[in-house]
Design a protein around this ligand. Sequence first.
Ligand SMILES: *Cc1c(COP(=O)(O)O)cnc(C)c1O
Length: 380
Amino acid sequence: MKFNTKTIHGGQENTDPAYGSVMPPIYQTSTYSQSTPGGHKGYEYSRSGNPTRAALESALASIENGKFGLAFGSGLAAIDAVMKLFKPGDEIISTNDLYGGSYRLFTSIFEKWGIKFHFIGMQEAEGIEQYINENTKMIWVETPTNPMMNIIDIEAVAKIAKKKQVLLAVDNTFATPYLQQPLDLGADIVMHSATKYLGGHSDVVMGSLVVKNEKLAEKLYFIQNASGAVCGPQDSFLVLRGIKTLHLRMQRHCENGEAVARFLKDHQKVDKVYWPGFEDHPNHEIAKKQMKGFGGMISFTTAENTLKSAVRVVENLKVFTLAESLGGVESLAGHPASMTHASIPMEERAKTGVVDSLIRLSVGVEDEEDLIEDLKQALG
Ligand SMILES: *Cc1c(COP(=O)(O)O)cnc(C)c1O
């Protein structure tokens, strides 16, 4: 089955045994009746398993070309579950330019429990090896990175991870499986904030993991059930519905993203534009190799290069909404330094380029002319 068909049918049973409903019912139940102790129909309690969540988990595994999917109450809950694979003394190497909440989880919670993190630039994959020692257990990659849109060569990092026998996890939130499939490139775990493109309609908070290896899946399932950060059936239904149009939405996100990126690049009041589709983007060749398109996420700095100028632009936008988050059908604008990335200390932010004049756009699926008109008036 090819990708577009998979988004609609992949991992899906199209025959509901009760009434033939085409969409899986929302099993809004915490528990399931048993005919005799242990005599049940596959479900006992909805933390351990729920049929609507199971339908979603199977669809997630299918679109990521994995075997096992796990859904959680948020993207961070999914990352939290991965981190619980490790113990004090273990070391993890992570992209230095990453989602602020992931950084906060790593440094404010798991560092305290004795896990050591190395935050490094990974655009040159060879540079990773010197940080690997006998305690290293995992490499955590986010690509494209948030918000600087750097691209990391997943295949090259996977080769190093295999050679050194450490796990490779990829946060695939920005690209989605429509643009890149990390498991096919050698990753062991693919993670999503399903809140973003998978859900796609800014109406749900959810996270997911997909793996191929059965032993790893068992460990993660144990953590999912034992720690209990699961999502509810209604939310599972919404994300399952979102996935069914993922390919259509992503196609338009890419088209609009390109139009907006090119408009910004030529604009007098704009300094730098970060979008991996530009030929002069430092990682453009890798992006071309591992991604099917360049997505709808763009960051840029104002020519004035001040906090004030960036705030003025985001306050004046009308079609773009000033808000946290990304990946919904509607266009959003954010100011990373004071919003999504405020939990990263200023010195750390400065190292990766998250300056006060940086604006991040999640380009939606509206008409591109309206988006460009809006940016034109706000910049003006
Ligand atoms: C939003 C986001 C997360 C966290 O997901 P939540 O669903 O908000 O918990 C992790 N990684 C990336 C890249 C994100 O954009």
